[in-house]
Design a protein around this ligand. Structure first.
Ligand code: E4P
Length: 240
């Protein structure tokens, strides 16, 4: 069971990596664009290498930027050379449901020894076929599934059961987090990994009542210190 960070921002990754919480990073072209990564593939390469070096040997997923089958294979093989812990994201199919991606996924894993994270999936059945094609990771977008009015937990339970009964190697990544609760809920449902936006981790850690309790401890410690000093100076009996 693990938490990945769904971002390409180095300072965010460094912050949670140093806490010992995260075990990997996922990105996609939309995240890179939002995070201000410029310079096309050159920019993507530079940022991916920085992330890969920072979190090694934990994996960083980077997505191909084309849907041309040959182009996907060429890019994926190039990305995999950037660092040992680079995993390449391939969407389950093309923008119009083109099926070539399945063969690309299979070839990358079986022929070219590239670790593939199959992405943009909304159902257990898509993930199952991606796992059967040989994917190392299958990414289902929990927040988007829930937004369509389905409950992704049911898909996660079904998928985990079938992957285990069929002894398929794929790790389930649930992404597209929307609420703090998603992380523990999806891990409990059977996700191997939940990849989350950084601010939700802070939401998991910080609790208003914990804040109040910590304040109480610190205030009382200060009061105890003051009364100990007074006792030393003979103002108060030591035990007061
Ligand atoms: C997962 O790998 C994806 O990068 C991501 O979680 C998609 O999330 P979104 O639905 O917020 O775009």
């Amino acid at each position: 069971m693990a938490i990945f960070l769904d971002t390409s921002k180095i300072y965010e990754i460094e912050k949670y990596y140093k806490m010992g919480i995260i075990r990997g990073v996922t990105t996609n072209p939309s995240i890179m664009l939002k995070d201000g990564i410029t310079g096309g593939l050159k920019g993507v390469k530079q940022q991916t290498i920085k992330i890969a070096q920072l979190i090694a040997p934990y994996p960083v997923s980077v997505e191909v930027t084309t849907n041309d089958p040959k182009g996907m294979v060429t890019q994926a093989r190039e990305f995999a050379q950037w660092a040992d812990n680079v995993v390449v994201k391939i969407t389950i199919h093309g923008p119009n449901g083109e099926l070539d991606n399945m063969e690309v996924i299979h070839d990358l894993e079986a022929k070219y020894n590239v670790r593939v994270n199959v992405t943009a999936m909304m159902s257990a059945q898509q993930c199952l076929l991606a796992a059967m094609a040989g994917a190392s990771y299958v990414s289902i977008f929990g927040g988007r599934v829930n937004n369509m009015g389905y409950n992704v937990n049911e898909e996660i339970v079904k998928l985990r059961n079938i992957l285990e009964s069929q002894e398929l190697k794929a790790n389930i990544i649930v992404g597209s987090t929307r609420e703090v609760l998603n992380i523990i809920e999806w891990l409990e449902a059977g996700a191997h990994i939940v990849t989350t936006v950084p601010n939700l981790l802070e939401g998991m850690i910080v609790h208003p009542y914990s804040k109040e309790t910590v304040k109480m401890f610190l205030d009382d410690a200060r009061k105890a210190e003051i009364s100990m000093k007074k006792a030393r100076n003979g103002i108060l009996p030591f035990h007061s």
